[in-house]
Ligand binder design. Sequence first.
Ligand code: HEM
Length: 445
Amino acid sequence: MPNRPIPRRKGHWFWGCLLEMISDRSGFLIDKHEEHGDVFISRALVRDLMFVRDPAVVYAINVTHWADFYKPEYVKSMWKPFLGNGLVPNDGESWKRQHKLILPGFHKKRVDAYASTMVAFTERMLDRWKEGERRDMRLELNALALEVVADTLFDIDIGKGDSETIRDALADISEILVTDADKMIPRPDWWPTAENRRKKRAIAKIEEIIRRVHEERLTSQKDHGDLFSHMVFVEDEQGRMSDKQLRDEAMTLIFAGHETTAHALTWTWYLLAKNPDKVAKMREELDRVLQGRRAEVDDLPNLPYLEMVVKESLRLLPSVWAYAREAQRDLVIEGYEIKKGQTITISHIAMGRNPEYYDNPTEFRPERWTREAERALPRGAYTPFAGGPRVCLGKQFAMMEMRMILATLLQRLEPNLAEGFEPDFVTELSMHPGERGMQATVRFR
Ligand code: HEM
């Protein structure tokens, strides 16, 4: 195929597109793809960034050529102090080994067994709530998702203290990582800045909790049937995972496994609050199928509209709004020449707003997710969990968790936003409503 020209966005003579990007990251992707098309390049300080929302190119990067792309070096160095060599930033042979060791821990049977915990914890949360009080759904759903991950993956019933420690530490870390990423030239970790000290303190707090659970597991030599036990005791020809690797994987799972889901649920709440007709449809389905009893994992195939709502929410307001790769060699994909070392941002949020694939893309319309319509979508056009071998390891877990929690919330609550409240749209590592949260008034049915 002949080489296709890649439009170049001219930015500021010094910053390139950096300042534009920082001021509104997701808006930048959506608007600039509209302006320049499915693939374009723009400079951020000294680095040329390629942005992609062409499904065929995304599919090739995720699937056909997955081994030719690693996580970008600047992303890895940003993650390093926190996630070390955990699955998210890892690459090459080391990633292959870790992936093979951990994958059985996400077996469908094991994940399905977590459904009842997800429902029970949601009910426990609602039992504490009182009619008419104001709640920040972002905070509540974050705490809930953290409790779920702690219990199902680590078998720790997170006490209020631990939960708050992890939540506050993660919030600190996320904020600092994003500030580092925006600088494009991260300061070395040993640099004694206030931010680096705050980051180190936050990381140490989570490490302490992981170390405690690890020691308990080694002392008791007991497999709790959770993912952490699996990671402690699983072996291959090279033996067990090192303590350092185990720490890195545990950090990765705590981080990747709760904020992403919590924010996706927060946006689903927002979209439902704005669309009472969709709530009515969900209710009709839930009441008909469940007849007032608790949702169970076996009910999910009978709740297709619930799944459509989740898919549509992940299209319109995806918590992971983009992800990045770096080419490991020169190659041509769909006629686009990609040089070794090229950093590529896969503009997942912009893909979801492309009218070529989604009519009236800004409209929240779960009904668009019929089986036929989904089959007609080009491969690579919907990748909220990325795709190919580097697909999100927690995809089934998250899809189930979102549905179990939403079903339980909707059975008892009226989704709403507190009077006069409109959220902010903050795109950091994940997209969330910022410090003002997602304010709602508790209204039981
Ligand atoms: C709605 C919720 C979630 C979304 C939208 C999401 C999205 C993603 C995306 C886009 C990636 C690829 C990132 C990249 O390549 O740079 C990813 C990777 C990953 N996610 Fe998730 N995720 C979610 C929930 C979870 C949960 C619940 C877990 C664990 C329990 C999890 C664990 C992971 C892991 C371990 C990886 C790295 C996989 C690898 O490279 O081998 N995620 N996720």
